[in-house]
Design a protein. Structure first.
Length: 361
């Protein structure tokens, strides 16, 4: 558990290494909330686990102050147990965008309903025994997890039941210029917005609106946490951080995905739900402060949609990520730092008048 007043490095490792499988994000959120406590005026969470801190504005009445949101999602992709066979082998299906191709021979943790963690492995037949040595993989219902128990009863005695979630167990590390690990999508975003809150507090930056720092749940299965909190807050503006593809790797088609490279800054996403007024202001702030910024075309499939559908003007800063939805996701350290500082400069430049203009008031 991250202690109050932990260093940013301690928080980064504790938060990225804690488990937050989609729809069971409590432990990850507890680390995030503990770190946030000294830097916000209020800290709340809703019934499903979305957490948010509030930094009150320095001008205007509390009742009429604008609401500005910065948001990320905390859930990580997982698997869910659909059946336990008589011989103790565990059958699963995807819970979020988990990748069947990378599962075989990976070590995992089964998260029991009681909160215990049971180690296991995704089994895979030896290359000598496969009919086709170039087999590309199984459908998710054909995969199996082996926890070393020889019967259904033995597995049940350990708390392994239908409906339990399973995650990969890889931990955060640093390689060269990159952070590497599972679940950087999108806990690196939760780290970024928490760091924004810390630096605003420590630099004594006064903002002329109420700032809501939101860490949502259940993005990977339908944006459910963001949909719920966006409806509740009815904010005047939202700026989301999530990941985008770092396409400077083999097997990436630039004609499809565009040129985005790690170390060249966060990337603005262009899609129908992203407000052009916010995008243009981000570009202006970045140019004025000499902050590197990239561009990519996104889709109708991240938390910006939740705010867009509640008539909240929104945009997204994408963190270039190698190997998304794998156990070796990679984010460039300089991009993380740049994204934090761009957030802060944008929030400093934002005024009630600019918010009204974006909302056509």
């Amino acid at each position: 558990m991250t202690r109050v007043n932990a260093s940013k490095e301690e928080f980064l490792y504790n938060y990225l290494n804690e488990y937050a499988p989609v729809a069971q994000e409590t432990r990850g959120q507890e680390v995030w909330k503990q770190y946030m406590l000294p830097y916000v005026d209020f800290l709340h969470n809703d019934a499903y686990g979305t957490s948010y801190g509030i930094i009150k504005g320095t001008t205007g009445s509390q009742k009429n102050s604008n609401k500005v949101v910065i948001e990320a999602h905390c859930d990580e992709i997982a698997w869910i147990i659909t059946n336990i066979e008589e011989d103790g082998m565990i059958r699963v299906r995807q819970h979020g965008g988990s990748d069947n191709m990378i599962a075989p021979s990976k070590t995992v943790l089964v998260h029991t309903h009681a909160g215990d963690r049971i180690p296991g492995v995704f089994g895979w037949p030896a290359i000598h025994t496969r009919a086709k040595r170039k087999d590309l993989g199984y459908a998710d219902h054909e995969l199996w997890v082996d926890c070393g128990y020889s019967s259904l009863e033995a597995a049940n005695e350990q708390g392994i039941e239908i409906g339990c979630l399973i995650t990969f167990d890889d931990q955060l590390k640093e390689m060269g210029d990159y952070y590497v690990g599972r679940a950087l999508d999108n806990k690196i975003g939760g780290y970024i917005i928490a760091e924004v809150a810390r630096r605003i507090h420590e630099r004594k930056i006064g903002l002329p609106y109420d700032l809501y720092i939101v860490n949502s749940v259940q993005e990977e299965v339908g944006l459910f946490g963001a949909k719920k909190i966006a409806k509740h807050l009815q904010a005047d503006l939202a700026l989301v951080t999530d990941v985008c593809h770092n396409t400077a790797t083999p097997k990436m088609d630039l004609a499809k995905h565009g040129p985005v490279k790690g170390g060249k800054g966060p990337s603005l996403e262009y899609a129908s739900q992203n407000h052009r007024g916010i995008l243009n202001m981000l570009k202006e702030v970045a140019a004025d402060k000499d902050i590197p910024l990239q561009h990519h075309v996104g889709s109708y499939g991240n938390d910006t949609v939740a705010f867009f559908l509640e008539n909240t003007p929104t945009a997204i800063l994408g963190m270039p990520l190698k190997y998304m939805h794998s156990t070796v996701e990679m984010a460039h350290k300089e991009d993380v730092e740049t994204c934090i500082e761009l957030y802060i400069e944008f929030l400093k430049a934002l005024t009630p008048e600019k918010i009204d203009k974006i909302n056509n008031k």
